[in-house]
Design a protein around this ligand. Structure first.
Ligand code: GUN
Ligand code: ZN
Length: 444
């Protein structure tokens, strides 16, 4: 694609970034011309938003006086990674041994989440979580807090300080969990409304109604979720669906009238645009058709699904149904904050399911595809004019092994594949949020 650069002056440029650039314009599984790659590019920003992406040689000598230049020549800049599902309170229990979902929740998750009744503790973990995101090139995530409203304040505060785009909400749960972690539908409603008023659409922050999952929610609690969405139509909804076979069986007992696990949520009005469901492994064709027609999105959590032995997500059938899918770490059932490592496992999950995940599709899942899942693709996910300039600077030669492997690569596809299979936070040289450098490797 030939881009004719527009004239640069102080009204159109305060910051420029020189590097190789890769970003997506469409889903590479659906169209041949889905991405733009510039070997020596210049990203022109004004007040944290993209003005142009051009060939560096056409413009580098015409930057207005006083504009900042970040020279990352030799590195690859991509839109900041987007994590469509994670639990910040589970950061310190990541990699807890030996159990599948329901026992893992009881033994590790619930005791850890109880600690978030204390605001100071929540602040410390929220800070740590945001630092880990940036260290891994992730600039947006959709996160669960805990049942405690102060845990929501903590993560929104930590994200706001870094100007990060974040979707988060108070977990709603009123049964099948320790009493200390249960609310009741009225309290849940009151606390959620207060949090919505405090945080929703404040800067880059978005509130998500967050019922933990059907087994922890009474029908009254799910009704309250539907009411919150009806009263505030631009909210998100995030939950879990059809992750584990024992869980699916349990839901069938608890909600005997429902046709399927997904149908439980559907009956309470919880499917639709900006509804995000993690896992979605054990679904049938009718469920997938409902996901597609409702506009709800699936969060593909490969490291978590392998770690808990939950099963293999079918990216292929989601694609065939035209369902929105975003990549997700699902920390702390997921075992890495790195979207590169998450793509490594995603590739293997697809291999086991009999389909190859191409490197282009993989990075689309972590950037524009994830932005589309969150209905935020008008603001983030690529470098189209006017987008908010969140990006990651990647060193493809970060390790000795990567240096050796990269020597043998020709195309950008080959390089991306080696990056996602061998890369991790060692490759993240810097992470920028709204144009500002918020993380630089080697600096605290
Ligand atoms: N289902 C309900 N709660 C959780 C959770 O915290 N993690 C995962 N992976 N699945 C869940
Ligand atoms: Zn989860």
């Amino acid at each position: 694609m030939t881009v004719v650069p527009a004239a640069l002056d102080n009204d159109s440029c305060d910051t420029a970034i020189r590097a190789s650039f890769l970003h997506f314009l469409a889903d590479p599984d659906n169209t041949g011309d889905a991405y733009q790659y510039l070997e020596d590019g210049l990203l022109i920003l004004k007040q944290g938003r993209v003005q142009q992406l051009v060939n560096a040689l056409d413009c580098i000598d015409h930057l207005p006086d006083g504009s900042a230049l970040y020279d990352y020549s030799g590195s690859l800049v991509m839109p900041g990674f987007i994590d469509t599902h994670a639990h910040y309170p589970q950061t310190e229990m990541i990699a807890s041994y030996g159990l599948q979902l329901l026992d893992w929740l009881k033994q590790y998750t619930f005791p850890t989440e109880e600690k978030f009744c204390e605001r100071g503790y929540a602040d410390r973990i929220a800070e740590f979580y945001c630092e880990q995101m940036l260290r891994n090139g992730t600039t947006t995530s959709a996160v669960f807090a805990t049942v405690h409203p102060q845990s929501v304040d903590a993560i929104f505060e930590a994200a706001r300080r870094r100007d990060m785009c974040l979707v988060a909400g108070k977990v709603m749960m009123d049964r099948n969990a320790p009493a200390s972690l249960c609310d009741d539908p009225q309290q849940s409603y009151r606390q959620s409304v207060e949090l919505i008023q405090r945080w929703h659409l404040r800067g880059r922050l978005h509130y998500a109604v967050t019922p933990r999952f059907a087994p922890c929610c009474s029908p009254e609690q799910l009704e309250i979720c539907g009411r919150l969405l009806a009263e505030h139509p631009d909210l998100y909804l995030q939950s879990h669906a059809a992750e584990n076979v024992d869980e699916v069986r349990w839901v069938a007992e608890l909600f005997a009238d429902s046709r399927s696990y997904l149908d439980v949520y559907d009956r309470f009005g919880l499917l639709g645009p900006r509804a995000l469901y993690a896992h979605c492994i054990h679904l049938d064709e009718t469920d997938r058709e409902r996901m597609a027609e409702s506009g709800a999105a699936m969060a593909f959590c490969p490291t978590s699904n392998l770690f808990l032995g939950s099963g293999l997500f079918s990216l292929d059938s989601a694609g065939r149904h035209g369902i929105r899918v975003g990549l997700a770490t699902d920390v702390g059932a997921g075992t890495s904050f790195s979207q590169l490592q998450t793509l490594n496992e995603a590739y293997k999950v697809c291999q086991l399911a009999g389909h190859s995940l191409t490197p282009l599709k993989a990075f689309h899942l972590a950037t524009l595809g994830a932005a589309e899942s969150l209905y935020l693709d008008h603001r983030i996910g690529n470098f189209a004019v006017g987008k908010e300039a969140d990006f990651v600077v990647l060193d493809l030669q970060a390790t000795e092994l990567m240096k050796l492997r990269m020597q043998d690569t020709q195309s950008i596809e080959e390089k991306l594949f080696a990056l996602m299979m061998l890369g991790d936070d060692r490759c993240v040289q810097a992470t920028h949020v709204m144009g500002q450098r918020q993380y630089q490797q080697g600096r605290s």
